[in-house]
Design a binder for this molecule. Structure first.
Ligand SMILES: O=CCCCC(=O)O
Length: 469
């Protein structure tokens, strides 16, 4: 049932008000499914699976290619929605739609080969065949920071593999969830292959136990991820978790400092800093620390914020006032514990969940800027004696999502990236967002499993061995 249909049913429904973070005014009131309605959607998804799993890889690829076209067609409308739901600047929203279209195209183009049967010689007969068979209904739960991308990266992969999915978006983004379903169905995806669940997080967690849910994929905080892993384990459901990050960018003494400064500013303030793979900690070798810090602070002071529909602003607001307040509290606590605030660090006196680009140094262990994730435009600078100390500090964090290295010696940087950094992704002399043809995911408390890049398609398949005698 769509939001419009839910609004007109006879029963009294639970509703949720969501707010435009730029104005703090109510943006939408959403109507929730009851748990029984959500279970009926899972049943319907299971029914749809019986025919979807029989479609050929070519048929699926054709629909997914069409989805890419429609995402491009609708990118301006989708960007407007995201600006109002969570404050994303319009240009960034359109870029996100383009990125999603690229994921669809890559999946359509490479999925047929990636999921094709493989043959092996076996000692006991003619041959072995490895076949990647879909498993059934996958429950997706995704957050608000990339309202389109987070949903599309998982759902396109599971749909290409022949699964169906029920999707619980963050409550603030139910409108985007519905827009995605509309696009998928206009492209030719049969009803029931992708369905939105308008439920709260607690109900979604309970649905993991449903007999037809075969797997769960979640992006969000480590604390909720831990809970989902626990419930999934109890019911023996496979899960993919993309959790937090506190990515360290190491600036070695032989780095191009101007490039490092420019990239590390961009990597910190993009999406108002609300990105799991944002550059969050900056670990700088002592001989270049002062130069990097002074240039970095000067550049952060130039970052503007304001109405996300005005293209002159570098950043919009944060997604919600309570999230902005939490970030500010983390900054204040870090300062109380010894950090120095070099710029920003004050809540502006205006409506909206705004927060300025902020830089901290002299950060002490035991403070939020050292130990936790800062999900907003706050940079944490650390001075270290040498490469070894930089690697030790980068790896000391409980998260292991991404990271970066700046050095003019590319071979050295690649060695450190490959052999030393305990993360799932590393940027060398740059800051790349997720790429359709590269896997995405982390280690340690950043979770497990991989999205796109050919790997996401194989997260929820039954890798079946056939032994031909
Ligand atoms: O928050 C994690 C997803 C990152 C998406 C992006 O940077 O485009």
């Amino acid at each position: 049932m769509t939001q419009a249909e839910l609004k007109t049913t006879a029963i009294t429904r639970q509703t949720i008000d969501t707010y435009n973070p730029a104005t703090e005014e109510v943006y939408k009131t959403y109507y929730l499914h009851t748990k029984q309605e959500a279970e009926a959607l899972i049943e319907a998804s299971h029914q749809a699976f019986q025919s979807w799993r029989k479609t050929s890889l070519e048929e699926r690829a054709t629909i997914i290619k069409k989805i890419a076209e429609l995402l491009r067609r609708d990118k301006a409308d989708l960007a407007q929605m995201m600006a109002k739901q969570m404050g994303k600047p319009l240009a960034l929203g359109e870029g996100e739609a383009e990125q999603c279209a690229a994921i669809c195209e890559y999946t359509a183009e490479h999925g047929i080969d990636a999921l094709a049967d493989e043959e092996r010689e076996i000692s006991t007969g003619k041959k072995g065949i490895i076949t990647y068979q879909p498993e059934g209904v996958i429950l997706g739960m995704q957050p608000w920071n990339f309202p389109l991308y987070q949903c599309i990266r998982y759902s396109i992969a599971v749909i290409m593999a022949g699964n169906t999915t029920v999707f619980k978006h963050d409550e603030s983004c139910f409108e985007t969830a519905e827009a995605i379903q509309k696009i998928y169905e206009e492209a030719g995806l049969p009803k029931g292959v992708f369905s939105c669940l308008f439920v709260d997080g607690e109900t979604a967690d309970e649905l993991i136990a449903h007999q037809h849910v075969r797997g769960v994929t979640f992006t969000g905080s480590a604390s909720i991820g831990r809970l989902i892993a626990k419930i999934s384990a109890e019911h023996l459901k496979k899960n993919v978790l993309e959790l937090g990050g506190s990515d360290a960018y190491i600036v070695l003494r032989d780095a191009d400092i101007d490039l490092a400064v420019k990239t590390c500013v961009q990597g910190r303030v993009m999406n108002s800093g609300q990105t799991c793979i944002a550059a969050k900690r900056f670990i700088i070798e002592a001989p270049v620390y002062d130069e990097f810090r002074d240039k970095y602070v000067a550049a952060m002071k130039k970052i503007t914020y304001g109405d996300p529909t005005n293209s002159e602003n570098n950043m919009g607001p944060l997604a919600r006032v309570d999230l902005r307040d939490k970030l500010h509290h983390q900054v204040q606590e870090s300062v109380m514990k010894g950090a120095t605030c070099l710029c920003g660090g004050e809540i502006p006196d205006q409506k909206g969940a705004y927060y300025p680009a902020t830089v901290l140094e002299n950060i002490q262990a035991g403070s939020p800027a050292y130990d936790d994730e800062l999900f907003g435009p706050v940079a944490a600078l650390f001075k270290v004696a040498d490469e070894a100390e930089a690697i030790e500090l980068a790896n000391a964090h409980r998260y292991g999502l991404g990271g970066g290295i700046f050095s003019k010696d590319e071979k050295r940087a690649i060695r450190i990236a490959r052999e030393e950094l305990d993360t799932g992704m590393v940027n060398i002399n740059g800051y790349a967002g997720p790429q359709a043809n590269m896997p995405f995911g982390g280690v340690k408390e950043s979770g497990y499993g991989r999205e796109h890049g050919g790997f996401g398609m194989k997260e929820f398949v039954n890798v079946k061995s056939l032994f031909i005698a």
